[in-house]
Ligand binder design. Structure first.
Ligand SMILES: C[S@@+](CC[C@H](N)C(=O)[O-])C[C@H]1O[C@@H](n2cnc3c(N)ncnc32)[C@H](O)[C@@H]1O
Length: 291
């Protein structure tokens, strides 16, 4: 296996693409040149290997190439066949993530010489996972692509703390929102004051860094400082821990207790509906992959 190397295609000498495992789009032809392989944008779920879908599991067992990032347990990498080409495109300690254009280029390159390429992403690929961008890029290059939804951390991590994200008595609406606002995204930031008024519950991804600002904006928007809130770190896997606090005390508690990424923040009355006894034991696996 080649790990962490980005092998660009040699158009003059592509590997023959084997027939796909019954998937639409894997278009090797026995007579002509191999057509583009199919890229599967696969959701890995939140970490617990038993939350991997059957489809994701099957594709991992069959793929010729695997492109993955940080929020994926090592156990999933062990599923791929011997000889599968591995590419890490996540963030390493002290380094930035691989730029999106580079990841796109890796996928295009792999599709030119392999039949089944799995692009594995934590949680669900279309929820704060850039799956839509990658799908559009591949389609624009004429490369077949399919999305395989996964269990998102925003539902699974609260569930592993016994917190339902909706509840008939406490939350008829829920908003999945990113707390990681980047000025270079070229779109308006999150309207936290508006969300305070219009959503019963909030599930915030990547929210720890800006938590003080988020909390103050929500309170300024009318949310009571006594609203129950929770943070779940390393949901579903070894090291999972959580805290419950009133919204007004949340940021202070998070800092005092040293909570870190990856964490999900849940805000709303649903937190008071938690049933800790229904929470599964976190899986005994490490996630993210050690840097
Ligand atoms: C780039 S987003 C990807 C979300 C992913 N596509 C999903 O559907 O879960 C990464 C963020 O998801 C959240 N996250 C992912 N896995 C988590 C886990 N096991 N426990 C808690 N939060 C998690 C954290 O907020 C993390 O910073």
């Amino acid at each position: 296996m080649s790990r962490d190397t980005v092998a660009m295609p040699d158009p003059a000498n592509p590997d023959p693409a084997s027939p796909g495992p019954g998937e639409a789009g894997a278009s090797a032809s026995p007579s002509g040149p191999p057509g583009p392989g199919t890229v599967f944008l696969v959701g890995a779920g939140p970490g617990d290997p038993e939350l991997l879908t059957l489809k994701a599991h099957r594709l991992l067992r069959q793929c010729d190439a695997l492109v993955y990032d940080s929020l994926v347990p090592q156990a999933f990498l062990d599923l791929v066949p011997a000889g599968c080409e591995l590419h890490f495109v996540g963030k390493r300690r002290g380094h930035h993530s691989v730029p999106q254009p580079s990841t796109n280029a890796v996928l295009v390159a792999l599709a030119s010489r392999h039949s089944t390429i799995v692009r594995l992403k934590g949680g669900d690929p279309f929820l704060f996972g850039r799956g839509g961008e990658e799908a559009a890029h591949l389609v624009s290059r004429g490369i077949p692509v399919q999305v395989v939804p996964g269990v998102t951390a925003g539902i699974a991590a609260p569930a592993y703390a016994g917190i339902p994200v909706t509840h008939r008595k406490a939350g008829s609406s829920v908003t999945f929102v990113t707390g990681h606002e980047e000025i270079d995204k070229g779109r308006p930031g999150v309207d936290w004051r508006g969300l305070a008024r219009c959503s019963d519950g909030l599930v915030i991804y990547m929210g720890l860094h800006n938590l003080r600002l988020i909390v103050s904006e929500l309170i300024a928007g009318g949310l009571d400082a006594a609203t129950p809130a929770a943070v779940i770190q390393q949901g579903t896997v070894r090291g999972q821990r959580q805290l419950v606090a009133p919204l007004g005390e949340l940021a202070e508690r998070v800092e005092a207790e040293g909570f870190a990424s990856p964490s999900i923040v849940v805000i709303g009355e649903v937190v008071n509906q938690r049933v800790p006894l229904c929470a599964p034991e976190p899986a005994d696996v490490t996630m993210p992959i050690p840097f």
